[in-house]
Design a binder for this molecule. Structure first.
Ligand code: PLP
Length: 392
């Protein structure tokens, strides 16, 4: 690279990434092939529109790239093109969610979404997000005792508030989601059911997390978490008389975006092929085994695991433990000094603030990509315990 300043920074970041234990639940390490597609000359091309209907000339090859990505995505999730449409152009997860509401929820309408403190994402209608300013959030929380979703309680809220859309799929909820129950609730109150599977998409692809496709009207996902692809997103839309697919395509372009990032889309195509391999299925299984081992060992060492464990790739640890432990920020800072990267996180009913909450979120997708197994998780848990119990 001629630009030595930027080259130096990239090299330094590569060194940092290699030298730490990465337990950020939403991060992963992509393959060389994904990086190659991402760094390819496809970035030079403007392709506003969709395959076969572009506003710019010169897109015969780009059309093939995008169609290949769409075909592979549907194949990976075992979806029939006659029943499901996928839009692979959203630039990332937040714009994808914004696109769904813009297409399907009237301005000022209601989005029923999980509160941030219970594990919801900002774009599920939180008041600080534009999704909570343009639309009104109908918030729900996990049960205070079990720290799991309480479906009868959700139904009560939905029947009272009659939201336009119900969003399920979360950023810090470690358990399986019962999509069938969410469907029943959506049908009872007349809402659209949207699943944001950003966090667990790779686990669905690997067959270790329930698939939402039988029940959802719309599914959004980022591609860069468990799915181990380039930073991007997609929107899956059930094809039926309501024609949501047409509405969503129109909102992406011309509604919200301009030219799609076709280098990103090519990188997604590459990783979809990778995710169809037996090796990826093994990977997804190992991600969950590792998370369960990590949670089990931390629990044995005396740390309270929110909801008592995990069904997925992520774990929420209550480090504060009613003042007997340390805050989430303190925990995250200390762990970083010891070479373990995590993020501070609120826990359900958190008595502390978002900027210094009561817990940390841990995830195993990145370290599993690096080949870590159960024995490594036990060693990591012990290291975490030692750091967190060290002198303040
Ligand atoms: C559930 C969920 N949805 C959406 C997003 C937003 O994705 P992005 O950061 O790509 O905008 C995230 C990111 O953490 C997420 O966890």
């Amino acid at each position: 690279m001629k630009d030595k300043q930027v080259e130096k920074l990239i090299k330094a970041e590569a060194k940092r990434q290699k030298s730490v234990i990465n337990l950020i639940a939403s991060e992963n390490y992509v393959s060389k092939d994904v990086l190659e597609a991402l760094g390819s000359i496809l970035t030079n091309k403007y392709a506003e529109g969709y395959p076969g209907r572009r506003y710019y000339g010169g897109n015969t090859i780009i059309d093939k790239v995008e169609l290949l990505a769409m075909e592979r995505v549907l194949k990976l999730f075992k979806l029939k093109p006659a029943e499901w449409h996928v839009n692979v152009q959203p630039l990332s997860g937040s714009p994808a969610n914004l696109a769904v509401y813009s297409a399907l929820v009237p301005l000022g309408g209601k989005i029923m979404g999980m509160k941030l403190s219970s594990g919801g994402h900002l774009t599920h209608g939180q008041p600080v997000s534009m999704t909570g300013k343009i639309w009104k959030q109908v918030p729900f929380e996990v049960d205070a005792k079990t720290e799991r979703l309480n479906y009868p309680e959700l139904k009560k809220i939905a029947m009272k508030e009659k939201p336009d859309i119900i969003v399920c799929g979360f950023t810090a909820y470690p358990r399986f989601v019962d999509f069938k129950k969410f469907r029943e609730i959506a049908d009872a109150c007349g809402a659209i059911l949207m699943v944001d599977m950003s966090h667990f998409a790779g686990l669905v692809a690997g067959g270790v997390y329930p698939s939402p496709f039988k029940y959802a009207d719309v599914v959004t996902t980022t591609t860069h978490k468990t799915l181990r692809s380039a930073r991007s997103a997609m929107i899956f839309v059930r094809k039926d008389a309501r024609e949501f697919n047409k509405k969503i395509d129109k909102v992406i372009i011309p509604g919200l975006q301009g030219g799609p990032h076709e280098n990103q889309i090519a990188a997604v195509a590459v990783s979809m092929r990778e995710a169809m391999s037996p090796a990826y299925k093994k990977y997804a299984k190992q991600v969950v085994k590792n998370a369960q081992t990590l949670a089990g060992e931390l629990s044995k060492l005396g740390w309270r695991i929110v909801s008592g464990g995990t069904d997925s790739h992520l774990i929420l640890v209550d480090t504060w433990m009613n003042g007997k432990g340390i805050s989430g920020k303190d925990a995250s800072d200390r762990l970083e000094k010891a070479g373990i990267i995590v993020n501070m996180n609120t826990i359900p009913q958190d008595p502390r603030g978002v900027m210094d909450p009561s817990g940390i979120r841990l995830g195993t997708p990145a370290e599993t990509t690096r080949g870590k197994k159960e024995k490594d998780m036990i060693a990591i848990a012990r290291k975490i315990d030692k750091v967190l119990r060290g002198k303040r």
